[in-house]
Design a protein around this ligand. Structure first.
Ligand code: DQA
Length: 146
């Protein structure tokens, strides 16, 4: 079973970016951890990051043809990108929304997710563990499909 982990804008700066909120580990370290977790769960995990909305949309379309589950941290696009929401709604591959920080305990604008209604569910507030929890969910989703 294949999973694509898609990371949006500014997540390439993990480790340096607001470390009190996002921690000190890098995106590369996250990708390594997810590879390992994927192996434990019997998942083939691919990771991709982009700062560009259109590139994320292209990957969502690609995921529909090539993977069983999509895990997405759309960064700030979460809060206002109807284009990413429409892309998720347009495809049949199930998606899981992930955030490292607890978006509900921060600024008011972060409480709104325009993508949440078109995903299977949201995992928020557990740092890197949010992604690992999403892989656990992905493994059970892809089992259901079989
Ligand atoms: C984030 C939360 C968003 O509000 C923010 O814009 C991000 C990261 C998170 O993982 O906590 O870029 O998605």
């Amino acid at each position: 079973q294949k999973v694509l982990v898609l990371n949006g804008p500014n997540l390439n700066l993990l480790g340096k970016r607001e470390p009190s909120i996002y921690g000190t580990e890098t995106l590369e370290e996250l990708h390594c951890r997810l590879q390992k977790k994927g192996e434990q769960l019997g998942l083939e995990v691919q990771c991709f990051q982009s700062n560009h909305e259109g590139e994320l949309i292209d990957r969502i379309h690609w995921a529909n043809e090539h993977v069983d589950v999509l895990v997405i941290n759309a960064g700030a696009f979460t809060h206002y990108s109807y284009a990413i929401r429409d892309a998720l709604a347009a495809v049949s591959v199930p998606s899981i929304e992930v955030h490292m920080s607890n978006v509900h305990s921060r600024e008011a604008f972060r409480k709104t997710s325009v993508i949440a209604p078109v995903t299977q569910g949201q995992i928020t507030g557990f740092g890197f563990i949010s992604y690992e929890l999403a892989l656990v969910a992905a493994a059970s989703l892809s089992k259901e499909k079989r």
